[in-house]
Design a protein around this ligand. Structure first.
Ligand SMILES: Nc1ncnc2c1ncn2[C@@H]1O[C@H](COP(=O)(O)OP(=O)(O)O)[C@@H](O)[C@H]1O
Ligand SMILES: [Mg+2]
Length: 604
């Protein structure tokens, strides 16, 4: 073993088998997440140390009590008994306190990681959030952080207790026979080699396991939330097959990890056996030549045997730490990704005058799609007016709408509101000025009233009711068992599509923003509620800048301007009558019933 000062550190890292990158990761994790809790850490570590000390002293008490018992049977018995009871009670108390303190740190740590991870996701770009399935993101915040939890728990428990034991035992070994200790200390680090190679395998498996767990969670959420599809298309077996494959895959990966971890112990055990044999051979020679005594030798071997358990614990700790680090890595990948759609430095709030939206030669392509979704799109939506976007599906209508609240940023050209480039104003003010109602309505697992109130958090009940009335939703809400206080089942399954759309409209009406974006917001309504909602919308969109995507002639006809889109750009603009007279794209859409006069039958 080299005597260079870095040698012990290298040996320690070698035993953990960490790559350069992982060492960086570990350092960062310690600096950002572990060291700031130093007060609690010190308490927990002191408790762990005391626990180790009492545990170590316990055999001594037993030994001392036996010695006393042998000498004087009557006088000291009660001392002996008291010492035994006292030591065990002290140990129990310490064990309790240590367990609680260690877990307090670990649980707080993982809770904080979840909080930070989730908060980061909430401020991430829409593009980032829609890049991965919700299931995968859920897995990162639950499964992966679970691995971190196990690793930190193991590390805190082992780090102090076992290290202390090893230090104490090595000290007594040196005291008993320093020559033999030196030999053992030079040979033992060799054990790090097989452990290192196993740890490397473990690291690969850990990463794969966490990926597969993400996939499994994703499949689970997807299949469990697609109950209607699964039942009506009788996809039960298909879904079970898909999941079983994933369950099996996770099982195999987990078993692989278990096998690798389980191999570390026997390797260390076998190496320990070789060490003991070597020591005995050496001792035989040393005792025979009169250098050391049988007593020294017995003490030495006892210490060596006692040290093997904590050394093994340190060995298998590396496996846990590897798994934890793989999870820490995925956590950092998550929180390190900076959003691209952000406020410019010194961005000012949007000053709304009459809310004229102007698209100037706008171009946009989705990340990695390679297709230009929008190109050279120029349009003015005059303040207070209603402009309808029509066109075949896939023409880019929804994309245009998404660009206005900056769910995505334009790549070419610009969008202005009352002359201000939307990238120059604060996101908060921009999004406050816009209400969006889209085709797929999101309802949270809460009451009907609370779901409408998402439009303006903290809105008084009277405003909620007024908004519901304006969206023709009041009647059906009152018909629910608890009216506005009725809990919507998870994902609002107990409401019809039309009812859900009316709740979404009520939410937008409550928000009362100067700009309204409607993406086929009335597609699921039946004739009767369509009429009611149209009347409500006519009132609500008056003097409000409205950009509406519609399939209904009735909606489109009332628009101040109709803009026909195809392949990401505008092919025709005009009023209903103008466009019919032109007898081109729009007229074809109407004739082909792509724009329907009567609402389609209820979907849901
Ligand atoms: N999140 C997305 N990622 C990649 N491509 C997308 C995404 N959303 C839409 N697209 C593509 O962009 C084009 C326009 O889509 P969209 O704006 O939804 O059309 P429309 O609303 O007119 O039906 C289509 O070719 C579609 O496949
Ligand atoms: Mg669309």
């Amino acid at each position: 073993m080299s005597l260079a000062p870095t040698a012990p550190r290298k040996a320690a890292a070698g035993a953990l088998a960490l790559s350069e990158r992982q060492r960086g990761l570990l350092k960062r994790f310690l600096r950002e997440w572990i060291f700031p809790r130093w007060r609690q850490l010190i308490i927990a570590l002191i408790l762990t140390g005391l626990l180790a000390a009492v545990t170590g002293a316990y055999p001594m008490i037993i030994k001392a009590s036996f010695d006393m018992l042998m000498k004087d049977q009557t006088g000291t018995l009660h001392y002996v008994l008291a010492a035994i009871v006292g030591a065990t009670m002290l140990r129990s108390l310490l064990l309790y306190a240590q367990t609680v303190e260690i877990n307090r740190i670990v649980m707080r740590l993982t809770t904080d990681m979840q909080r930070v991870g989730f908060a980061h996701l909430m401020t991430s770009d829409f593009a980032r959030l829609s890049r991965e399935t919700p299931g995968r993101l859920v897995s990162k915040l639950t499964n992966d952080i679970g691995f971190v939890q196990t690793a930190v728990q193991a590390a805190l428990n082992t780090a102090v207790r076992d290290t202390l034991l090893i230090v104490a035992l090595v000290a007594s070994m040196i005291y008993l026979d320093w020559v033999m200790s030196l030999i053992v200390l030079c040979v033992y680090p060799l054990a790090a080699l097989p452990v290192a190679s196993l740890s490397k395998k473990l690291r690969r498996v850990a990463k794969q396991t966490q990926d597969e767990l993400g996939g499994m969670t994703s499949l689970l959420t997807e299949k469990l939330s697609g109950a209607r599809l699964i039942k009506s298309f009788r996809l039960e077996d298909y879904a079970s097959d898909r999941l079983n494959k994933s369950f099996e895959h996770v099982y195999k990966l987990r078993m692989k990890a278990v096998m690798n971890r389980a191999r570390i112990d026997p390797v260390l055990e076998a190496l320990g056996g070789i060490a003991i044999a070597g020591v005995i051979a050496l001792a035989y020679w040393r005792i025979a030549s009169g250098i050391s005594t049988v007593g020294d030798f017995m003490g030495f071997v006892t210490a060596l045997l006692m040290a093997s358990q904590p050394i093994r614990a340190l060995g298998s700790l590396s496996g846990r730490i590897n798994e934890g680090l793989a999870a820490v890595e995925s956590f950092y990948e998550l929180v390190d990704e900076k959003p691209r759609v952000v406020d410019k430095p010194g961005a000012k709030p949007l000053a709304v005058n009459n809310a004229t939206i102007r698209f100037e030669h706008v171009g946009f392509a989705y990340d990695g799609s390679g297709v230009q979704a929008i190109s050279n799109f120029s349009l003015v939506v005059p303040g207070g007016r209603t402009v309808a976007l029509v066109g075949r599906s896939g023409a880019g209508k929804s994309t245009v709408l998404n660009l206005v609240p900056r769910l995505f940023d334009v790549e070419e050209g610009r969008i202005t509101i009352d002359g201000q480039d939307i990238r120059d104003v604060t996101l908060a003010s921009l999004r406050d000025a816009i209400s969006i109602v889209s085709q797929d309505v999101t309802l949270f697992d809460d009451t009907i009233g609370a779901n409408i109130a998402l439009g303006r958090l903290g809105a008084p009940q009277a405003s909620i009711v007024a908004a519901a009335q304006a969206a023709a939703a009041h009647e059906f809400i009152l018909a629910q068992p608890q009216g506005y206080a009725t809990e919507i089942g998870d994902r609002g399954l107990r409401l019809s599509g039309g009812q859900r759309q009316r709740l979404a409209l009520a939410r937008a009406i409550l928000k009362d923003a100067p700009i309204l974006l409607l993406d086929e917001a009335t597609s699921a309504l039946d004739t009767e509620s369509e009429r009611l909602v149209q009347e409500a919308l006519a009132r609500f969109t008056k003097n409000r800048t409205t950009l509406v995507i519609a399939h209904r002639l009735s909606t489109v006809q009332n628009a101040d301007l109709i803009c026909v889109m195809d392949e990401g750009t505008i092919v025709e603009t005009g009023t209903h009558l103008e466009l019919l007279a032109a007898d081109s794209h729009y007229a074809r859409l109407v004739r082909s019933q792509a724009l329907v006069a009567a609402p389609a039958p209820q979907v849901m």
